[in-house]
Design a binder for this molecule. Sequence first.
Ligand code: AMP
Length: 396
Amino acid sequence: MKKIKEFDFSNKKVIIRVDFNVPLNENFEITDDSRMRAAVPTIKQVIENGGSAILISHLGRPKGQVNPKYSLKHIVPHLSDLLGISIKFSTDCIGEEATKMSNELKAGEVLLLENLRFYNEEEKGDEDFSKKLADLADVYINDAFGTAHRAHASTTIIAKFFPVNKMFGYIMDSELESLNKVMKDVQRPYTAIIGGSKVSTKITIIENLLTKVDNLIIGGGMSFTFVKANGGNIGNSLVEEDFIEQIPKIYELAKKNNVKIYLPVDSLNGDKFDKDAQVTLSEIDKIPDDRMGLDVGPKTNTLFEEVITNSKTILWNGPVGVFEFEKFATGTKELGNAIAKATKNGAFSLVGGGDSVAALTKFNLADQVSYVSTGGGAMLEYMEGKELPGIKAIFE
Ligand code: AMP
């Protein structure tokens, strides 16, 4: 396996699959440039070590049609600012213009190609299209972790045209290194906290984690399906009736693997799903019929904190309450604080998934955990134990 840090890029044209799928407002201004900033070290490694960089990405969902709304030209000025050099732009990602501009590219220069998804071939993983992209360069780098679970042309198929000169960029390297610390080379005790609204979307992750963790904390809306399966009264709380019969199997798997499952013990209940709901407290299995559990209660916070601060590895995905409403944000905030405390005491903590990352940011805790995964869908599939095609393609 080639490593970006050690590779000699002298006079090499390097095609880099980046993730510049950034949010734009109606004036085509970038409202969050974190994905672009994250890609800078990889691009700089190439251009400061004698190579030239050809950047490829998707933006939005143009569905195989050329659509100016989704043009990557909107990000050119900001990318130039971030890199401190004027970057070039080709209005087509393949064809004459892209070929000519790539051929003329000099060491130290950066060329951005137009949105890959203006072609249907990108998402279909078309071989010809992949080869046309590959022909522009001598080296392939994949640094788009967020699309690593897709077997698209630019993320997976293209790699086969670089039998030797292919590698991960810095984002990919650090995502994989961090995910390995919670999936493979784990320090124990290992606690995973899975929250969020539904069991159905996370059942495969839970099953996979039960073969790896020592403690599994379940919180948020999904915990009520567990509580109901255990015979508790959950009032109007969120529940997935279809999944109740799966819960005993989860407990069986936990028993088999010696995993302790922790559910909330008390609940902050609202009279409606609303930021101004009236709040009452009850035991988790005694929620009145006209109330719904929207956050965990103080006893639960203490219990979860104890488990978390006694752990050496912590994985967190999904809030334990409706943290978007101030009145129901405490449980998620306390959980974040407990993870920060454990991290300070030497534990490795990984937080991932849109809502938990949003919660961390909201509570100013993002820099107090070991790693925040930006992967979204890719991270979830990795946690389900699936092999990601974009990763496999580099190893092959
Ligand atoms: P997910 O997308 O499945 O990770 O769920 C995240 C969402 O779950 C967040 O928007 C939370 O507001 C929501 N959530 C957390 N706890 C509860 C709860 N007790 N009842 C309803 N929704 C919840």
